[in-house]
Design a protein around this ligand. Structure first.
Ligand code: GLY
Length: 369
């Protein structure tokens, strides 16, 4: 039995199905979308090694022809060369507007394939099959697609909603603990931004999720997707409220740049640290109680996650340099730094003009902890 969350966007509406074993049922899941019994799959080498055979066998058994492109695994794939290769491959495979492309993988594959489908023949339908916790709770839902530029991450892209998302939580058992916990950074974000009861639940049950408990993972992914779907329905193209999903991300993007998008800091780890710092800034500005940032940090620590700047291996630039890196974030509006701050756990809001000296002081203090 899978949970189902609807993303209601008029003609672009779709379902996110969440459950264990969906990869093996992929043929039945996608058949209603097919206008001919043929699909193209784009994945990466790591995911292909673990899951492609399951998907190909399930499709073959149902008489659905499939061809697959394997991209190199890793963030550097999310750029023009592999994007061009993917679009040209889909054209060579004669994928037409009425066809379905399957994005099988984590955020890199989902973002790149979604963007390829946005531009291929001016728009081809695609199904997201996210294989990481991070992609299941965030990047596969909501239609943000794109690739990176030398100028920054995700600067080239389009809104292009998938036709279906199949989040097979069974595949998360094959994730390394570090990758599972990095994805959990985005899960915690949902509680922190809009649902204190969910954060309470995570404080109690998060450790079971870290032990790959299927029931807790199902609940955590479902609640995260429900929250994301509701926000995307109200603000599909991020004119306002959708920016709340960027809680922790301004700090995260600066830290990712400072660590060269390397293994020193995974995206979800940066989000978790960024959430803790955003609560610290909120408290310094008198917006939330003193206990709130301590409670955030205590939970991340209890989960064995990176919580503070000192948890990042190696040297970091000083606080002023980190602030300068935030200034290059694409969410800068009219030269002002936009932060997502909070009035308490579950009460985030968009703050347009945060005093830079407070941010610098928070970063300085974090570097000395
Ligand atoms: N990952 C943030 C968003 O989809 O808006």
């Amino acid at each position: 039995m899978a949970n189902s969350v609807a993303v209601n966007l008029g003609a672009r509406s779709y379902e996110v199905r969440i459950g264990a074993g969906l990869l093996g049922q992929i043929a039945a899941q996608i058949t209603p979308l097919l206008r001919r019994r043929r699909v193209a799959i784009v994945t990466d080498d790591n995911v292909a090694a673990k899951h492609l055979d399951t998907v190909l066998a399930a499709l073959d058994q149902a008489g659905i022809a499939a061809s697959a492109l394997r991209l190199p695994a890793g963030e550097s794939t999310k750029a023009w060369p592999e994007f061009t290769r993917t679009v040209e491959w889909l054209l060579a495979e004669k994928i037409e507007r009425r066809d379905i492309v399957i994005a099988l993988g984590g955020g890199v594959v989902g973002d790149l394939v979604g963007f390829a489908c946005a531009v291929l023949r001016r728009g081809v339908r695609f199904v997201q099959v996210p294989t990481t916790l991070l992609a299941q709770v965030d990047s596969s839902v909501g239609g943000k697609t794109g690739i990176n530029s030398a100028h920054g991450k995700n600067l080239i892209g389009a809104f292009h909603q998938p036709s279906l998302v199949l989040a097979d939580i069974g595949v998360l058992n094959t994730l390394a603990q570090r990758d599972l916990l990095a994805g959990y950074g985005e899960v915690v974000k949902y509680g922190l931004l809009g649902d204190e009861a969910f954060f309470d639940y995570l404080e109690t049950h998060g450790p079971a999720l870290a032990r790959y408990d299927g029931e807790v993972i199902l609940k955590a992914v479902t609640r995260s997707v429900e929250m994301k779907a509701a926000i995307v329905e109200r603000d599909e193209t991020e004119e306002g409220e959708r920016a709340l999903l960027n809680l922790g991300h301004t700090f995260c993007h600066a830290l990712e740049k400072a660590t060269g998008y390397s293994d020193r800091l995974l995206h979800g780890e940066g989000v978790a640290i960024g959430c803790a710092l955003a609560f610290e800034v909120s408290q310094r500005l008198g917006l939330c109680a003193q206990e709130a940032p301590s409670r955030v940090r205590a939970h991340l620590k209890a989960m064995g996650m990176k919580t503070d700047l000192c948890d990042i291996a190696g040297d970091l630039p000083d606080a002023e340099a980190l602030l300068a890196l935030m200034g290059q974030d694409k969410k800068v509006v009219d030269g002002k730094l936009r932060f997502i701050l909070a009035r308490g756990i579950g009460q985030a809001f968009v703050a347009e003009d945060v005093p830079p000296d407070v941010v610098v002081q928070v970063l300085k203090d974090a570097q000395q902890r």
